[in-house]
Design a binder for this molecule. Structure first.
Ligand code: PLP
Length: 404
C-alpha cells in the first residue's frame, strides 16, 4: 500500500483568502445595495502595456509559420531574454551577473516553492515574520518545519525573525543557528524594505555563518528611494551566499501570463557542490521552458518603449499607494510601506485583532483588505491594503473609510 507525504496533513488550511471570499460573499448577499471595494488580493488591474502586447502578437504570428515556429523552449530560457535581463536588471546596476546564471521560469511562486528541493531535509529555515506564506508552506511540505501550534500560529522548527513597528521593520540578525534565510524585499505584506547598508549586514552574516539567503525581489520595480538596493547582488559577497528570485507579475502585469526568473550565481557552492549545477539539473528535469510567446513578451519589458510604459504603470499604482497612505495617516492611522512597494501596512486601531478590523472595515466602509495575521504571527494587529486597484476604487475606498 502506498503512503502519502504526511507533512501535508500538518498544514493548517489555507483559510486566508477563502475566508475573506466567504465573508465578502455573505456581506454582499446581506447588503445587495452596498458597493464592495476590494483592496485585498495583490493582483494587478492595469492591462498589459501596448508594446508588450504587440511583441506577443508578433510572436503568435511566428508560431503560425513553419519557418518561424518554436517548439520546446530551451529549459533555462531563450538567450534573447536572459541577455536582456542580465543587462538591464544587473549589469546596469553594477551587479556582475551573466546570462547563464539566469534561469527563466513561469513565475516566482513556482521558483520560491521549488528552490527548497536543493536543501537537505534537516536544514534549519529562518523567515522574516510576517512574510509571503509560500516559503513556510513549501518547507512544511518537505518536512523541515516541525509541528504547528495553533495557539501561537508558529511552527516548532522554524526560526521567526519578527519585522514590526517595534524594530522599525528591520529584523534582527538570527540569534540561533539557521541554514537558509528567506528575505522578501521590498516585503509582502509590510511594504517596507532594507537599505543597501542594512542588507549588506545580512550578506556578511550569511557568508560568515555559511548560510544561504533566498532573496525574493518580486516588488523591485516599486523601489523609489536611492539607498534601497534593486538586487541583492549590489551587496559585496552576495554571489557567494544568495539566490535571487524575480517575477514579471508586478512590474509588467504578467500575473495571468506567467514569467519569472531565478539567479543562481556560479560562485555559490556548498561543500564544493555548485548550486547552479543543481538548479540547472532540477530545471532541466522538471521544467520544459516558459512559452516562446511569453518570453518574447518578457523581452519587450526591457525595450526602451516597454520600460517607458511600465514606468507609467508603476507610477499609477504608486500614486494609489500615496493616496491610501496619506489618506489613512491623515485620519490618524499608523501606516507603513507604500513608498518602495505597492502595499500599505497599517496598525489596527484600538488594539483590534486583524480579523476584527477586517469585519469593521467591511461592514463600516465596504472595503476589503487582508488581515495581517494571515502572513505570520507577527502580522497580528496589522492590516494590508494594496495599491493595485483602479484609481476610482482606491479614492472611493479612502472616502468610505473616512466616513466610517
Ligand atoms: N513573491 C512574492 C513576495 C509575492 O508577493 C508574489 C505574489 O504575490 C509572488 C512571489 C508570486 O509571483 P508570480 O506571480 O511570479 O508567481
Amino acid at each position: 500500500m502506498y503512503r502519502i507525504n504526511a507533512n501535508y496533513g500538518k498544514l493548517p488550511g489555507s483559510y486566508l483568502f477563502s475566508t475573506i471570499a466567504k465573508k465578502v460573499a455573505e456581506f454582499e448577499k446581506q447588503n445587495p445595495d452596498r458597493k464592495v471595494i476590494r483592496l485585498g488580493i495583490g493582483d494587478v488591474t492595469q492591462p498589459i502595456a501596448p508594446s508588450i502586447i504587440s511583441a506577443m502578437h508578433t510572436a503568435v504570428d511566428e508560431m503560425g509559420l513553419a519557418e518561424t515556429f518554436h517548439g520546446y523552449a530551451p529549459d533555462l530560457g531563450y538567450s534573447f531574454l536572459r541577455e536582456a535581463i542580465a543587462e538591464s536588471d544587473y549589469r546596469q546596476r553594477g551587479a556582475d551577473i551573466s546570462p547563464d546564471e539566469i534561469f527563466v521560469s513561469d513565475g516566482a511562486k513556482s521558483d520560491s516553492g521549488n528552490i527548497q528541493e536543493l536543501f537537505s531535509a534537516d536544514c534549519k529555515i529562518a523567515v522574516t515574520d510576517p512574510v509571503y506564506p509560500v516559503y513556510v508552506d513549501s518547507n512544511v511540505m518537505a518536512g523541515r518545519c516541525g509541528d504547528y501550534d495553533a495557539a501561537s500560529g508558529k511552527w516548532s522548527d522554524l526560526l521567526y525573525l519578527p519585522t514590526t513597528a517595534d524594530n522599525n521593520f528591520v529584523p534582527e540578525l538570527p540569534d540561533r543557528e539557521c541554514d537558509v534565510i528567506y528575505l522578501c524585499l521590498p516585503n509582502n505584506p509590510t511594504g517596507t524594505t532594507l537599505t543597501r547598508d542594512q542588507l549588506q549586514k545580512w550578506v556578511d552574516f550569511a557568508n560568515e555563518k555559511g548560510c544561504l539567503i533566498i532573496y525574493d525581489g518580486a516588488y523591485e520595480a516599486y523601489i523609489s528611494e536611492e539607498d534601497v538596493p534593486h538586487t541583492i547582488y549590489e551587496c559585496n559577497g552576495a554571489k557567494n551566499c544568495a539566490i535571487e528570485i524575480k517575477s514579471f507579475s508586478k512590474n509588467a502585469g504578467f500575473t495571468g501570463v506567467r514569467l519569472g526568473y531565478t539567479v543562481v550565481p556560479k560562485e555559490l557552492k556548498c561543500e564544493g557542490v555548485s548550486l547552479h549545477d543543481m538548479w540547472a539539473r532540477r530545471h532541466g528535469t522538471k521544467f520544459n521552458g516558459a512559452p516562446y510567446i511569453i518570453q518574447r513578451a518578457g523581452e519587450a519589458v526591457y525595450s526602451a518603449q516597454g520600460k517607458k510604459e511600465l514606468k507609467e504603470q508603476v507610477a499609477y499604482y504608486m500614486e494609489n499607494a500615496r493616496l491610501i497612505r496619506e489618506g489613512l495617516t491623515g485620519m490618524g492611522y499608523d501606516c507603513y510601506g507604500g513608498v518602495n512597494a505597492p502595499y500599505i501596512w497599517m496598525k489596527t486601531p484600538d488594539n483590534m485583532t486583524s480579523w476584527d478590523f477586517f469585519d469593521r472595515l467591511l461592514e463600516g466602509a465596504g472595503v476589503v483588505g487582508t488581515p495581517g495575521s494571515g502572513f505570520g504571527p507577527s502580522g497580528e494587529g496589522y492590516f494590508r491594503l494594496t495599491a493595485f486597484g483602479q484609481r476610482s476604487n482606491t479614492e472611493a475606498a479612502i472616502e468610505a473609510i473616512r466616513k466610517m
